[in-house]
Design a protein around this ligand. Structure first.
Ligand code: GLC
Length: 566
């Protein structure tokens, strides 16, 4: 057996490490709090490296850790080349990267190029500078309409609700121009037609790459290039579906955006191994491959499974399409069920169909909007299905993204008092969306029952309140329990390493419509039963199952990995 240092050394120069990596997303402010101020920090992450190593992941993706007023959970960045002082220092960051690398774990940083925060020095300068100045030209400023410019330039709305334009006060104290923000008003959009913006981001990519960051997750990758020069169309016009299909939308997924990523790729390839990137691009499925091209970012998130119902046909169609798409570009596919923007999948799968997603179900119902009562979630069923889906995902060719806490089987926190909520979606959109705080509640590390305890997250409470029932999910309780969700994830990730070979998958016929069966090279069979009737497994050794296999039969809502009998 190679030692961990040897493993790290041999994998360091493997340019393909990302292709089938299991990537664990850390939301730093909610992971582990070493300083005891209620907010997770970099030293907290370093303290959990042994846990991450034992879990068996290949890489961590860190959501933003940059200085920020937290108007959008850190996706409002004040300074791209620094660490939030509440989270630590650059030295702490270096120490964390060193510890992760020593454990054989790669580091992916989140990069937020669509917008800065309104506290970024560029924006401060823009506000202090006159209309038409170079400082304003780093952002998207326009004159307002109406006799005195008192109306916004058009009726576009922000993703988080409300208008997409904010009026500024000019340096002389008079009401002035408007700036554009796709997200919160604290997140002014950058002008990617300005070469200075390009140069600055190249410097940021080099800054973190030089510090040992192995890859980047690119926030809102499909939004950077905008057509704002022409007459601005109305909101109604930009909702036309055909605009999203052919790159004609003024805001989203324009063809020119790829010129940016071609520049980035040159920087990535200056390093050995080349730095990697994955695009967060909510685009028409036919256009996603452009982001994943080897001349661009190399990989793009596919959120199809995350948005799908627990259904064999739906899963099969999604898997087939995405593997074909990845093969066409030479990328590998990505798979994900949970992240910091959506209701945790152990909860989604325990809710009546269509009620657990942001925005609600087709009949208008939404569990979160209706109070997020845990009693309305069939948590046992949700977790059973989540484990089945995850075991299926971990057997697919491509990289698998896991979100902190899912390895504990953690449920979404639906009930958070209004005064504790932090997500701008809640404030800008109250009544239409509750927001994403429920999946961002700090992790329970220990089952400490004391009132006011943060379940081992830190010494002094947690920045989002943890419910009492978190005790039952604590990592310390699960660590030594062979039957726990944590033990299941560890086993699955270890086996995945052992079994993984070429990126191929062969579908096998199945007599039951609710059953998916495929085989990976080396005789690794994967059977997923989406129905409720037990099914026969192929002959061989059951390596792992998400629910107990009895008499050779896989129960309903379960997945098994089987090594075929020779
Ligand atoms: C991405 C992030 C989300 C953030 C938004 C604006 O969608 O995942 O958390 O609010 O971009 O930066």
């Amino acid at each position: 057996m190679p030692t961990s240092a040897e493993t790290a050394a041999t994998t360091t120069h493997d340019a393909d490490w990302w292709r089938q990596a299991a990537v664990y997303q850390i939301y730093p402010r909610s992971f582990a709090d070493a300083s005891g101020d209620g907010i997770g920090d970099i030293k907290g992450i370093t303290s959990k490296v042994p846990y991450l190593k034992a879990l068996g992941i290949d890489a961590v993706w860190l959501s933003p850790f940059y200085p920020s007023a937290l108007a959008d959970g850190g996706y409002d960045v004040d300074d791209y080349r620094n660490v939030d002082p509440r989270l630590g220092t650059l030295e702490d960051f270096d120490e964390m990267v060193g510890a992760l690398h020593e454990a054989g774990i790669k580091v992916i940083a989140d990069i937020v190029p669509n917008h800065t925060s309104d506290r970024h020095e560029w924006f401060t300068e823009a506000l202090a500078s006159p209309k038409g100045s170079a400082a304003r030209n780093r952002y998207i400023f326009r004159d307002g309409l109406g006799a005195n410019g008192e109306l916004p330039p058009n009726d576009w709305t922000s993703i988080f609700g409300g208008g997409a334009w904010e009026r500024v006060t000019e340096p002389d104290g008079t009401p002035g121009q408007w700036y554009f923000h796709l997200f919160a008003k604290e997140q002014p959009d950058l002008n990617w037609d300005n070469p200075e913006v390009h140069e600055d981001f190249l410097a940021t990519l080099r800054f973190w790459s030089d510090r040992g960051v192995d890859g980047f997750r690119v926030d809102v990758a499909h939004g950077l290039k905008k057509d704002m020069d022409a007459e601005l169309p109305s909101l109604e016009t930009i909702h036309r579906a055909d605009l999203f299909k052919d790159g004609e939308h003024p805001l989203w997924d324009r063809d020119e955006v790829h010129t940016i990523y071609a520049e980035w790729r040159k920087v990535f390839n200056e390093y050995n191994p080349p730095r990697t990137a994955v695009a967060e691009a909510w685009v028409h499925a036919d256009r996603r491959a452009r982001y994943a091209s080897p001349e661009g970012l190399g990989q793009a998130f596919n959120f199809d499974l995350l948005q799908a119902d627990f259904d064999a046909d739906v899963f099969r169609a999604i898997i087939t399409k995405n593997l074909a798409e990845a093969a066409a570009t030479g990328a590998s596919s990505t798979w994900v069920f949970s992240n910091h923007d959506v209701v945790r999948h152990a909860t989604r799968y325990g809710l009546p169909k269509g009620t657990g997603r942001r925005g609600g179900g087709p009949d208008g119902t939404d569990w979160l909007l209706e109070g997020g009562d845990p009693a309305k979630v069939d948590a046992a069923r949700g977790l059973r299905r989540a484990k089945a889906a995850t075991l299926l995902m971990l057997a697919l060719p491509g990289s698998a993204y896991l979100y902190q806490g899912e390895e504990l089987g953690l449920q979404e926190v639906g009930q958070i008092p209004d005064e504790d909520r932090q997500d701008p979606t809640f404030f800008r959109n109250k009544g239409v969306e509750v927001g994403r705080d429920g999946c961002r509640v700090p992790l329970p590390w220990e089952a400490t029952p004391a009132a006011g305890s943060s379940f081992g997250f830190g010494a002094n409470g947690a920045h989002l309140p943890q419910p009492e029932w978190f005790a039952g999910y604590a990592a310390s309780v699960q660590a030594d329990d062979e039957g726990s969700t944590l033990a299941f994830y560890r086993r699955a990730l270890a086996l995945r390493h052992e079994l993984q070979g070429a990126e191929a998958l062969g579908w096998q016929d199945s007599a039951d419509d609710d059953v998916l069966h495929f085989v990976r090279p080396g005789g690794w069979h994967v059977v997923a039963n989406f129905g409720t009737t037990p099914v026969e497994l192929p002959a061989g050794e059951v390596l792992l199952a998400s629910s107990d296999v009895e008499g050779g039969k896989l129960p309903g809502e379960a997945t098994a990995w089987v090594r075929a009998a020779r």
